[in-house]
Design a protein around this ligand. Sequence first.
Ligand code: HEM
Length: 137
Amino acid sequence: METMTEIPVGPPPPGTFYEQVGGEETFRRLVHRFYEGVAEDPLLRPMYPEEDLGPAEERLTLFLIQYWGGPRTYSDRRGHPRLRMRHAPFAVDRAAHDAWLRHMRTAVDELKLPAEQEKQLWDYLVYAASSMVNTPG
Ligand code: HEM
């Protein structure tokens, strides 16, 4: 059964989701915390080609900012996201998917967003992660 807190109790707040959750700072905190997890992860860390995770952190931050209605800096720098294609060089199997989402869960929890926004963000991440799986097993 769904809990009462998931029932919307009024009109949504004005502005984009990006603005509602606190703008750039919130997405920077989210992705920074996520990459702290990746940096310590024996499965995920070796998948990242660069020694320095900073540039990867920046790309994911800018992508999420753009996706949720913030500035379009990601596409100015990287072009069309084409995320499935960009993940093709990496074997994203079930284990990688689970590890990725586990670090995201920790990062989302630490944002302490209102329940409704937290659910919106999390549901998207779950959906996006499953769509990135490209390797069986
Ligand atoms: C399911 C597990 C996933 C794994 C194991 C994974 C792994 C990776 C790796 C190894 C890279 C290369 C590092 C880099 O160049 O930035 C990358 C890039 C990227 N990933 Fe993922 N990823 C996953 C899911 C996702 C999801 C769900 C999203 C979006 C919500 C996402 C967004 C991105 C973006 C935006 C980039 C940079 C693309 C570019 O501009 O080159 N990834 N990912």
